[in-house]
Design a protein around this ligand. Structure first.
Ligand SMILES: C[S@@+](CC[C@H](N)C(=O)[O-])C[C@H]1O[C@@H](n2cnc3c(N)ncnc32)[C@H](O)[C@@H]1O
Length: 146
C-alpha cells in the first residue's frame, strides 16, 4: 500500500496494526464489494477509509458520531458516499449478525471484541490485539460457526 495512504489508514503504530489489515483481508477476502462492516471507536476513521476503498459499505462509529473528525479524511479520498456515521458505544453494539467485519484499533478493545462477535454474521471472525509499548503482546481470535 502507498505509504501516505497507509498513514491515513493506520495513523499511528503502522508496524503493529498493518498485521490487522492482513487478518481482515484473509477472513473477508480481497473484494469487499457488497460487504457491510462497522468500525467502532473510530476516531478519525482510518479503518473505515480502508474498508470503503476496498468497496465495502461502512458504518463509522465512535461514542459520539465521528462525522466531524472522520468526514474530511473520507471526503478527501472520495469514499464518503460509502460511509455513514453513528454514535455507538462499542460495548453495546446495537446490531446482531449484521456485519462481515467489525474493525477497531485502540480504545475499548476488550469489550469491543466480545460485543463485536455478536454483531458479526455467522462464520465471520473477530480479532483483538493488545499492544503495549508498540509491541503486540496478546492476540485473540473468535470465530462464530457458519
Ligand atoms: C485511542 S483513540 C483510537 C481512535 C482510532 N481507533 C485510532 O486508532 O486512531 C480511542 C477512541 O475510542 C473511543 N472510545 C472509547 N471508549 C469507547 C466506547 N465505549 N465505545 C466507542 N468508542 C469508544 C474514543 O472516543 C476514541 O475515539
Amino acid at each position: 500500500m502507498d505509504p501516505s495512504l497507509l498513514r491515513d489508514v493506520i495513523g499511528w503504530d503502522i508496524r503493529s496494526w498493518s498485521s490487522a489489515l492482513a487478518f481482515w483481508e484473509k477472513h473477508v477476502g480481497p473484494d469487499w464489494s457488497g460487504r457491510t462492516v462497522v468500525e467502532v471507536a473510530a476516531g478519525e476513521g482510518g479503518l473505515s477509509l480502508w474498508a470503503a476503498l476496498r468497496g465495502a459499505r461502512v458504518v463509522c462509529s465512535d461514542l459520539e458520531s465521528p462525522a466531524t473528525h472522520a468526514g474530511p479524511l473520507h471526503r478527501g479520498h472520495g469514499v464518503a458516499e460509502s460511509i455513514t456515521y453513528e454514535a455507538m458505544d462499542a460495548t453495546r453494539i446495537p446490531y446482531e449478525e449484521v456485519f462481515d467485519a467489525v474493525l477497531f484499533k485502540g480504545g475499548a478493545a476488550h469489550r469491543a471484541c466480545f460485543d463485536g462477535s455478536r454483531a458479526l454474521r455467522p462464520g465471520h471472525a473477530a480479532r483483538l490485539e493488545v499492544h503495549r509499548g508498540g509491541c503486540r503482546v496478546e492476540v485473540t481470535t473468535a470465530k462464530l460457526p457458519g
